[in-house]
Design a protein around this ligand. Structure first.
Ligand SMILES: [Ca+2]
Length: 186
């Protein structure tokens, strides 16, 4: 209960409510609202809903597109500095669109994880936006870095979320909890 109370207090301070009735904490971020970006990660227009005012980030297709598992052409990435209000195990979900079987993954790196860590998201649904479940990881209270990094060209990211809920499968775009994201001042 104290965790729920703490999360509610933090939510009130930050001006958003992210704690549901069951006490789960869910933080949602837009791919295109990153803290830092490194090419060949690129900002694109359009999102899951076909909404042209929305955006995503993606790894540009190589010419020619990789046709086998040759490894990424660079370490292009977006990094998100996020504030975690409750120490807990969090599951990563990502709203992605894959190009094909050789363009269907991102490294998903938390804090000091490196691409040598076998942490990435993938599945076999191509050419349509859908949610993909990632790993569960423990986060302490405070600021953390979450990075989506080039693993295969042609991969796109509209949104991602971290949640303490075990029995939760997102099926649509979620309201962004931007108060929990650090962005450099313009
Ligand atoms: Ca987006």
């Amino acid at each position: 209960m104290w965790k729920l109370t703490l999360a509610l207090i933090v939510s009130l301070v930050l001006g958003v409510v992210l704690v549901n009735a069951a006490g789960a904490v869910t933080l949602v971020f837009e791919g295109e609202n990153y803290s830092w970006i490194k090419p060949t990660m690129t900002v694109g227009t359009g999102d899951f809903k076909g909404n042209d005012s929305g955006g995503h980030v993606y790894i540009k297709l190589r010419r020619p597109h990789a046709e086998n598992e040759t490894g990424p052409g660079d370490d292009g990435n977006t990094t998100y500095k996020v504030y975690v209000p409750v120490a807990e195990d969090y599951t990563l979900w990502s709203l992605v669109r894959w190009y094909d079987g050789c363009g269907n993954s991102f490294f998903t790196l938390v804090d000091d994880m490196s691409p040598e860590t076998p942490a990435y998201i993938t599945d076999a649904r191509y050419q349509e936006w859908h949610w993909v479940k990632g790993k569960k990881f423990h986060l302490t209270v405070g600021w953390h870095l979450i990075r989506f990094q080039n693993r295969e060209d042609g991969a796109k990211l509209d949104q991602f979320l971290i949640t303490t809920a075990d029995e939760f499968t997102p099926t649509r775009r979620m309201p962004e909890t931007s108060a929990y994201l650090w962005r450099p001042s313009e």
